[in-house]
Design a protein around this ligand. Structure first.
Ligand SMILES: Cc1ncc(COP(=O)(O)O)c(C=O)c1O
Length: 366
């Protein structure tokens, strides 16, 4: 064997995250509906903040103080309990690195967001999968997986790619059933989109517990995915740990400036919510009317299920849609080989997707 640097045990067993496609060969216009990005784009105020940003030669405020204050003001939080990151992905990794090591177990659900598995493996821990029920988190199944070695439980609520959620009562039941040394990570990347009376992202639970963290993102409803910006709120002892291991300047100045402008632009968010409510319902209805099954979603995306029959499979549908410039997400890596995930797009894209699916099912593509 050649003598060369070797990654830590387990690193080469990680299946790298594969982002949603953004290209289709030979198509004039692409509609990227593969990464749950907003069709409305960012707040014009956030764009203006970036355009007028000056002094790139200076390091940013490593504590992102003004952004933490803006987030705190928006949600009624203590800014000292907030840590900002390069997307919530970075925060999920930092949290895992701080609390999970070799021999430790981390739990997530069967079709849960793939970054949890990667973060646990990267930290040297063992991923433990809790089965879901009807593509929905099953609290009892998670609790049944808890052992002496469990250090962390990830719950995406709503979950990506299923689009399903569990009511806040269930989140509280999960928390109540966990031993106090287990960290519960509530990933609320899509919280802003949810319109359900029994849903809460869980800020109250974070505020009243010693072992609950919430992660949030500017990538989804705020439309700032390319800037890479997220935040977490946690008890002081946890923010203390994360601040010790994060990069000293992990969030850039333009991201801080845009984040502040975005979180204060409530009119833009209201518009995005309204757009999503209208088109999520429309897409669900229209796609079901074609005879396909759609998992009821509370996010800005839908999981569409295809038959196994040759000519009608998810894979074939994906190729057909791609040939028309409609890029959806294959979700076989999430254990869902017969489904495609569709992000709610603008009016044009939504109409084109339904028309393309109609043609696909009508024509049969062997
Ligand atoms: C459930 C969930 N959590 C976290 C993220 C990561 O978001 P970001 O790193 O862009 O903040 C995503 C992105 O798709 C997601 O779906």
């Amino acid at each position: 064997m050649s003598v060369r640097p070797q990654p830590r045990p387990g690193v080469m067993q990680i299946d790298a995250y594969v982002p949603g496609k953004s290209k289709a060969a030979g198509v004039a216009k692409i509609h990227k509906l593969s990464s749950n990005e907003t069709p409305l784009g960012p707040s014009p105020k956030a764009m203006e903040a970036i355009r007028t940003f000056d002094h790139l030669e200076l390091y940013p405020d490593g504590a992102a103080t003004k952004l933490r204050e803006a987030i705190a003001a928006r949600y009624g939080l203590d800014p000292n309990r907030i840590v900002c990151g390069t997307g919530s992905d970075e925060l999920l990794s930092l949290i895992t690195n701080a609390y999970v090591g070799p021999g430790d177990e981390g739990i997530f659900t069967e079709h849960g967001f793939l970054v949890y598995r990667i973060a646990i493996q990267a930290a040297g821990g063992t991923p433990v999968v809790a089965p879901e029920k009807d593509l929905r988190t099953d609290v009892d199944a998670i609790l049944a997986k808890v052992t002496d070695r469990t250090k962390i439980v990830f719950l995406a609520n709503p979950n990506n790619p299923t689009g399903t959620y569990i009511p806040f009562d269930e989140v509280k039941r999960l928390h109540a059933g966990l031993p106090p040394h287990v960290l519960l990570v509530l990933d609320a990347a899509y919280a802003e989109y949810v319109r359900r009376n029994d849903y809460e992202a869980g800020l109250e639970l974070v505020a009243t517990s010693e072992n609950v963290v919430m992660t949030r993102t500017f990538s989804k409803i705020y439309g700032l995915a390319n800037l890479r910006l997220g935040w977490m709120v946690a008890p002081a002892h946890i923010t203390d740990a994360i601040n010790r291991i994060r990069g000293p300047f992990n969030v850039s100045g333009p991201a801080i400036a845009a984040g502040i402008a975005a979180i204060q632009d409530e009119a833009h968010i209201a518009k995005a919510i309204e757009h999503n409510e209208r088109w999520l319902a429309w897409l669900t209805r229209e796609i079901e009317a074609l005879g396909l099954t759609v998992t009821p979603s509370v996010g800005n995306f839908l999981l569409v299920h295809f038959p196994k029959e040759t000519g009608r499979t998810a894979k074939e549908a994906d190729s057909f849609l791609s040939s028309r410039g409609l890029i959806l997400r294959q979700v076989a890596a999430y254990g869902l080989p017969d489904a495609l995930r569709l992000t709610v797009g603008d009016e044009e894209a939504n109409g084109l997707v339904v028309a393309a699916l109609r043609d696909f099912l009508g024509e049969k593509h062997a």
